[in-house]
Design a binder for this molecule. Structure first.
Ligand code: V47
Length: 359
């Protein structure tokens, strides 16, 4: 029996992967076997279900105090591609989603040089007043850390204020890659790995569930991906508040790392499967269809993903600006049901907290 076959049999017996075992499996196992193992694990956790939600994003600005090398979204003030919505424009956008059965508003943007914690608490109150039935999942840990420190509060105090305003969950962005050396290369100005974990740990202590991401396919190696996933698994053992993990493939259009190119789809599928296998304590693995495109997302369902995100309705620009196929991303419930059905699973509508929505 080869080394990878031995490790695969340990996985089937339910053993937790060590760093070295995960690296060997990732590098040596054939794609079909990773798909098989990840699907077995996915079935044990979520059966035949694949989740989606009815959501939209609010990206109030793409002005940002940080200048991450992989980012195509951030634009300098005065650029024709920069925007900075007024509060009235944010409210108007939310009003346009009334009556559509939306259960989640996902708010993230650039780290605005002027706005602070009070401004964002006010934004949450206003959007909730318009769509009280929709949960607010808001701000990356990097945005949160910046606005809370600027207000002179501890992370716990700042999060409390946002929770009082109506924040119910925190998205996974800003994690990038936890390895400090690689992080310093691709986003030297950005909040640190320690800061990202500090915010998520505090949120979990306060009873707020969060997501986690990993930006892969740039200058990192597979060992950095394994390290990233194991750091998340350790945090989850301590605090248990991660709902979903979302691997984010580096898209190379229009940013200063464009020359790197993009990794092949097979790498996306291996990354999804290994995420499912390493993160044995995180309930959901999300294949974010806006970032992969619809065809890769459909295949992702054979590699351990049990969530495809939501309807979106042309409300996010992060990936269209970075070169995603869909320049105006939207998916109907019927499209999502058909996609999940073609992959052999059953589509289930969920809310932000993964409660199933039954009509
Ligand atoms: O942190 C930015 C990534 C993230 C690029 O929690 C890029 O449900 C690839 O976190 N190529 C923000 N990725 C998006 C995000 C997210 C998306 C969907 C769902 C959830 C969730 C979270 O986007 C950033 C960064 O890692 N990103 N630029 C790029 N060129």
């Amino acid at each position: 029996m080869s080394q990878w076959e031995h490790i695969a049999s340990l996985v089937e017996a339910g053993k937790r992967l060590s760093f070295d075992e995960a690296l060997t499996l990732w590098q040596q196992a054939p794609l079909w076997r990773l798909g098989e193992l990840a699907t077995q694990r996915k079935r044990a956790i979520s059966g035949e279900k694949v989740f989606y939600n009815k959501n939209f994003h609010i990206e109030p600005t793409n002005l940002c105090v940080f200048n991450c090398k992989f980012c195509s979204f951030r634009q300098p003030k005065g650029s024709p591609k920069a925007w900075d919505m007024t509060m009235e424009e944010v409210e108007q956008m939310v009003r346009s989603f009334r009556g559509k059965g939306i259960t989640e508003m996902h708010i993230v943007g650039g780290v605005h040089p002027e706005h602070g914690l009070d401004y964002y608490c006010d934004m949450i109150r206003r959007v909730k007043a318009i769509l009280p039935e929709a949960a607010v999942k808001a701000f990356t840990a990097i945005e949160l850390s910046y606005m809370i420190r600027k207000a002179g509060l501890t992370i716990d105090e700042g999060l409390q204020r946002l929770i009082e305003a109506g924040m119910e969950a925190i998205p996974g962005g800003g994690a990038e890659i936890f390895d400090e050396k690689i992080r310093a290369e691709i986003c030297p100005e950005k909040g640190s790995t320690a800061e990202w974990f500090e915010v998520h740990a505090a949120a979990h202590r306060l009873g707020i569930k969060t997501n986690a991401t990993m930006l892969y396919g740039h200058i990192e190696g597979v060992e950095h991906r394994v390290d990233h996933l194991i750091r998340l698994r350790e945090q989850q053992d301590r605090t248990g508040g991660f709902n979903a993990f979302i691997p984010l493939k580096y898209r190379n259009f229009g940013n200063s790392m464009s020359a790197i190119g993009e990794v092949p789809i097979v790498d996306d599928l291996r990354t999804l499967a290994m995420s499912r296998l390493i993160l044995d304590n995180v309930p959901h693995i999300k294949a974010y269809w806006v970032m992969y495109g619809k065809q890769t997302t459909e295949m992702a369902l054979a590699f351990g993903a049990d969530d495809i995100d939501g309807t979106i309705d042309d409300s996010t620009k992060i990936y269209s600006m970075a070169g995603a196929d869909d320049q105006r991303p939207r998916m109907s419930v019927e499209d999502m049901q058909q996609m999940v059905g073609r992959a052999g699973f059953v589509a289930i509508e969920r809310d932000t907290h993964y409660n199933e929505i039954t009509k």
